[in-house]
Design a binder for this molecule. Sequence first.
Ligand code: NAD
Length: 475
Amino acid sequence: MQQYSYYVGGEFRDSKDKIDVIDPFTQEKFARISQTPPEELNFAVDRAKAAQKKWQDTEFKERAHLLREVAESIFDSLRTLAELETREIGKTLKESLFVDIPLGADCFNYYAAFLQSLEEESLQSELGIDLVKYDPFGVAGVYLPYNVPVMIFGFSCAAALAAGNALVIKPSEYGSLSILEMVKAIDKLDIPKGLINVVTGQGSDVGRHLAEADIDIISFTGSMKTLKKVALASAQTPKKMICELGGVNAAVVFSDADREAAIQNVLASSFMKQGQMCIGSSLVLIEEGIYEEFVKDLVERTKKIKIGNPFSPETGIGPLPTKKHLEEVHAKVNQMRKSGSKVLCGADPKGYFYPPTILESKEIICEEFFAPVVVVKEFKTSQEVERVVESGISGLVLQIWTSDMGVANSLAKKARSGTVWINTFTQMNSQTPFGGAGRSGWGRSLGRFGFFEYVQPKHIGIGFKPSPVWGWFGV
Ligand code: NAD
């Protein structure tokens, strides 16, 4: 069985306390990770502080060079990393290989180019010259979710490193292997020892210690439930927090929409990665008039999605990562059934597989499933839809499907969402800002906004003339 060490101060180390990693498809134990002890985590923070001092003095050009090398090392081990993510998490290989890992790697190339075009500001006034420098915060504690570890490593760490910070990364206990494999390649680069650290183990233990540690900024991607614990644990040592959370992510389908485009994208946003996508939809609002026909078509196609081995190219849905994840989803679905929702398909789990499930509800749901479960609901008036988009439950992304751009634009303006997609889905790249509104998060990843989350602008004023308060007291 493969043993994976945590990575602190440029060294791979192990502890006696191990966590077994189980392949959710075969249900075999195939690897083990170590639980990082608190003193080792503190060692990582100390080493990160020392490395950060050197790194912040490194010129933008050199930082950019290292970022490009990180991108290259991820692309070089693309297949291995993709296979590990699929084996550990259960999502299909085509998603790991063609979407998730490349998107994460691309962020490093993007911020390399960004750094090389970045100019610190200087202004001249009658009094003198004002310089605006981009100072890093220091050591960033980065929490990664289980579903897309390398992708979120890219979304958060590329900007944090570009800005001159050091990293102590806490991957999920359900998705650590690709990150641990990736740092083996990064370790071979000419990189200050301790600039990048990875501490593995249970969130309730290692994650809590990281929040309590003497770090300067937290970048958290995960659930609201965990964020509350992280915020509490960091209360004695408050620090800036960038939070990327989830949301219900409604899709609204008007009767004049291109039906085929809407249905294809609703299928993708509900069921890709077994619905474990932060941008995935948990609620589809469909206008009366097309509701019956649309839902019938959606259900028929959903029943045809192939469930099985995530390594097979034909598979659409793989297993959920653990029995615990499956049981939590099933409990939520059963609760909705009890409260009057109707199961249109799915909801009969087998092993670690949760089949794609469609529920019909009279109520607006307010919580994401983060599973292959979606609620469909009919709407009659645009006011009903406005109430939903203004409420912020669709805080991360909102999809609007209509041929009336006037209607789409008006809804997009009203939406309390970080991203609004009109007649499209997943139209994003390393340049477009990404993050939640309302309770889906605070802060932005990607693009120039992503970079500025990780710097503290410093003003240096150089006076050429007496200051504005010279002689104030006349003494
Ligand atoms: P999670 O909240 O369970 O875990 C996130 C991280 O926190 C993990 O590293 C985990 O080990 C750690 N953690 C867990 N318990 C902790 C504790 N008590 N103290 C400190 N740290 C702890 O999230 P998850 O299940 O891994 O991921 C799913 C969630 O992430 C969903 O809500 C999804 O919407 C969200 N997500 C958001 C984005 C985004 O970019 N907005 C991307 C991916 C996932």
